[in-house]
Write a protein that binds this ligand. Structure first.
Ligand code: HEM
Length: 763
């Protein structure tokens, strides 16, 4: 029960489990054969997840009771009765906390929220048991809405307890039944039994059945021809689901020459191909967004440098002793926390990244006629563009009215509180303790926001120990972390997803696909399966929105690209004639020691061709080296020419700014190796990389401290610089569709975050 830190160590460091039961892929052929036997190389997953664990074939399968891997059940009678007589009702929590707090904004975008919800749909599904009502009282007199139209005189809101299995109420504490598999196997997309899966496919068996426009079929009864209706409830999850279905069919097309689509194994192969690809982004979601700093406030080196790579490696570790089963606390508290990040409206951007005419579509309106909306706006693309460019609301103790009170379709926060009591999840403080976090004595320790403190205190009678885990987990803030979720939620996600990796035999059994998939990203999924041609560099983050003063061009040949990075140059006209060019890189706050770098020819580490890294050794000396493309997020290697040192002309420290000027010959030295685009592949050649007649794509980074190394994520960026007139379009300031429409994005922020709150306050 208290093993979380121990459990996380192998995940973060990439080692085997401490009990030695893990098995790693071995290079030795005999050991490889043993490995194949153990994990079942190329063995097929079952639809319902059975047989994944050879000794415990039921583990993680459909129909298992959800686990209590970290927390104890907390029922009124110890085994089954919902607690809560001394707590506020779910509606009181809604009106006194969730609707009374202003929302925060996240740096993550709506795609991130949608993807997180899909991860949840993949890991759990409960069913209501109509014979066990647990209706919700409408006792918050102030609020009259679609759920309680007569205020406190309204009938209670119907609510049923979850199916809880045979031994409900018996000796062992009750736990809900999970009707999804606990593995990341896209069971919500492929079906959880063979008959359902077959019904979703075309007659030849290999392709998923979609319309001619490559959308899911809408059936006569208003449901969609998909295994699980939950993703079709929200535009963003509907769009992501559609992309994954298209990806499956794209895989079929790719494999069709070699595979007979009607063959079951072929279907399985495609299913696996799509699943492992989606797992990559799922892993990214886990480590980059929830997992960061969860381990003692630090990310391990592995996490920092190769999160995707590590988690998709088959030689991570399979632990036959780990039950991947979905945890009650994860399914009841952590996953539904994402609903607080949902906006009230769906932002739609056209192919020029301009706001579409039909833009303020309320979530409930979109849901009521999703098919109509998608037809009117010409496909899922406007939804994807809108979701990738708009910042999500933070995961916090505030909900928009559209998902809580104003639509008969959504009642997320009230259901989540009541479900927590139905499932006997512990109180907030007990849960923190179970996840190896300290208990809190006051609301002020949970969050520094005094408004949130006051709302919690009012709703929970100033008793911090009464706080529901859901409310407390949402209210948590962590100073300066800039993270999407508070510490408790991150620990819960990490613990669940860690077990879902190491306890899934099939995750480890398809090494080739896993490793290929490590190269895949959500961005690829979008670009390969839709008409969206441009999304932010990181498909889970909305681009920063700052005012143009941050991005000034002070002189013709100097641009401030970030608050801490400047680029200047001169004699640019000489470049095309082969003369020398002087480039000055300046970074703020590194004083006499640090790295200042620039890369040309692309907007990401994967695509930039040539790099220069200057290492500042003191206030007067620096070394700049000429480097080639790493094609991954790692240190750009030295060029292969003999002398990679560039002439450093000056080093200076002026207040907070440290500057290094180096010289490059416009002629370059060695441009013999060229890639398909005719660009110098290995060696730095300014005339290839810096265009005067058009914008030049660059990336930049800086960091303080000794030598070359990974920059903090806040100290890097990408831009397009016009070296002729000094104009710049960058991640933060661009009005170019390559990045996003600043106007459109600002409007999206206004609708999604500011407007709903304002509207609520005004009511
Ligand atoms: C020196 C060793 C370097 C390492 C180990 C490294 C590592 C990384 C990693 C891990 C990321 C992804 C961060 C995340 O989102 O989690 C990243 C992103 C980025 N890095 Fe680096 N980096 C290095 C050098 C550089 C240099 C020299 C530049 C620019 C001249 C640069 C520019 C960028 C940019 C623009 C991004 C964001 C776009 C992208 O993800 O490709 N990096 N880097």
């Amino acid at each position: 029960m208290r093993l979380l830190p121990l459990l996380l160590v192998p995940l973060l460091l990439g080692a085997c489990a401490a009990d030695g039961s893990s098995v790693s892929t071995a290079a030795d052929p005999t050991e490889e054969a043993e490995w194949d036997t153990l994990v079942g190389e190329n063995e097929r997953r079952t639809y319902n997840g059975t047989g994944n664990n050879l000794d415990q074939p039921e583990w993680g399968s459909v129909g298992q009771r959800q686990l209590r891997s970290m927390t104890e059940a907390s029922y009124g009678d110890g085994v089954s009765e919902p607690p809560g007589d001394d707590r506020p009702t779910a509606r009181e929590v809604l009106s006194e906390v969730f609707l009374a707090n202003p929302s925060t904004t996240s740096t993550a975008n709506a795609l991130f929220v949608g993807w997180g919800l899909l991860v949840g749909y993949d890991l759990f599904l409960t069913q209501d048991n109509a014979s066990e009502p647990l209706d919700i009282a409408c006792n918050d007199a102030e609020i009259r809405d679609v759920w309680c139209p007569l205020g406190s005189l309204s009938d209670p809101i119907p609510f049923s307890r979850s199916e809880a299995g045979e031994d409900a109420g018996g000796e062992e504490a009750r736990s809900p039944i999970n009707y999804a598999t606990a593995f990341v196997d896209l069971d919500w997309m492929y079906g959880r039994d063979e008959a359902t899966s077959a019904s979703l496919r075309t007659e030849d068996g290999g392709y998923m059945n979609m319309t001619n426009d490559e959308l899911p079929h809408l059936l006569d009864d208003g449901t969609w021809l998909v295994a699980d209706q939950r993703p079709a409830r929200l535009p963003v999850t509907f769009a992501l689901m559609t992309l994954l279905l298209r990806e499956h069919n794209r895989c079929c097309d790719e494999m069709a020459p070699e595979w007979d689509p009607a063959n079951d194994e072929a279907f399985d192969e495609m299913k696996r191909c799509v699943t492992v690809r989606s797992k990559c982004e799922w892993a990214l979601l886990l480590l980059c967004c929830y997992g960061k700093r969860a381990h003692g406030g630090q990310r391990s080196n592995m996490e920092k440098e190769k999160p995707l790579w590590y988690l998709t490696q088959s030689n991570g570790s399979y632990d036959a002793g780990t039950d991947a089963g979905t945890d009650v606390f994860f399914a009841t508290v952590a996953a539904p926390a994402l609903y607080s990040a949902l906006p009230s409206t769906v932002g739609l951007l056209d192919d020029g990244f301009e706001v579409m005419a039909e833009h303020e579509v309320e979530l409930a309106t979109a849901n009521a006629d999703l098919a109509g909306l998608v037809t009117r706006i010409g496909g899922i693309e406007p939804i994807i563009r809108g979701a990738s460019y708009a910042r999500a609301r933070g995961i916090d103790a505030s909900f928009v009215a559209e998902v809580s009170v104003s639509s008969p379709l959504f009642n997320f926060p009230v259901e989540a509180i009541q479900r927590g009591r139905d499932h006997g999840v512990p109180s907030y403080n007990s849960a923190r303790e179970a996840y190896a976090l300290s208990r809190f004595d006051s609301f002020a320790e949970i969050t520094s926001d005094t408004t949130v403190q006051a709302t919690l205190s009012t709703a929970y009678g100033n008793d911090v120990d009464l706080l529901d885990a859901y409310t407390g987990a949402l209210a948590e803030t962590e100073e300066g972390s800039g993270l999407f979720a508070g510490p408790l939620l991150r620990m819960v996600f990490l613990e669940q997803l860690y077990r879902a990796i190491v306890g899934d035999r099939h995750h480890h059994s398809h090494s080739t696909q896993n490793e290929d998939a490590a190269l895949s990203t959500l961005k690829n999924l979008i670009l390969n399966n839709s008409l969206v041609s441009s999304i932010p560099l990181d498909s889970f983050s909305a681009p920063d929105l700052v005012t143009s003063s941050n991005c000034s061009s002070t002189e013709m040949n100097e641009v401030t690209l970030a608050e801490g990075y400047k680029l200047a140059w001169n004699q640019s006209d000489l470049v095309e004639e082969g003369g020398d060019m002087f480039i000055t890189l300046s970074a703020r706050g590194i004083e006499g020691q640090g790295m200042i770098a620039i890369g040309f020819g692309g907007l990401s580490m994967e695509t930039a061709d040539d790099f220069v890294i200057c290492v500042v050794e003191s206030e007067t000396s620096a070394e700049c080296t000429d480097r080639s493309a790493p094609r991954e997020r790692s240190e750009p290697p030295l060029d292969d020419e003999e002398n990679t040192d560039l002439d450093v002309v000056t080093v200076s420290v002026d207040g907070e700014w440290t500057s290094v000027t180096f010289a490059r010959s416009g002629e370059g030295t060695d441009d013999s190796v060229r890639d398909g685009r005719g660009k110098a592949k290995e060696d730095y050649l300014l005339s290839d990389d810096i265009y005067l007649s058009q914008d030049t794509s660059i990336i930049y980074s800086w960091r303080s401290g000794d030598g070359i190394g990974k920059h903090p994520n806040s100290q890097r960026g990408a831009a397009q610089v016009n070296f002729q007139d000094g104009s710049v379009a960058d991640e933060q300031c661009s009005d170019s569709a390559e990045y996003y429409s600043l106007h459109g994005a600002l409007l999206l922020v206004a609708w999604m975050i500011i407007a709903p709150y304002g509207i609520y306050q005004a009511r």
